[in-house]
Structure formats: C-alpha cells, structure tokens
Write a new protein. Sequence first.
Length: 68
Amino acid sequence: MICKTNKTILFELSDAQGRIIFQQSCEAIKGNNTFNMNLKNNTPLPKGIYFLKATGIEGEYVKKLAVE
C-alpha cells in the first residue's frame, strides 16, 4: 500500500455476519508499505466468507476473502 503521509492504519477481519474476528493497527510511513497479519496465534478460521477492512488509508478499503 502506498501512503502519501505517515499514518496509522486499522485492519479488521470480520465474518459474513459482521462480527470482528481480528483487529490490528499498524504504523505506515510515507511511501510504499507492506503489512503482515499473523492469524496462526488465533483459532483457525472455519470455512466461509470474510471481509478485510483497512481504515486510515485514503478512505476505506474492503476486500472479500474466502476460506476453503
């Protein structure tokens, strides 16, 4: 992700019912950034549809994910 300025980005993973499964905030610096989410420490995700939302970037970004 490319940021125009330094900022805090909030990532939220939610299930199809809207329940938040995982949250993580990261500090982004001006320029290109890469973030990793370690879900292995949590209970494995059951099969289903999930949504990953990033807030704090130039607006809000939501990506649909499928766990098979």
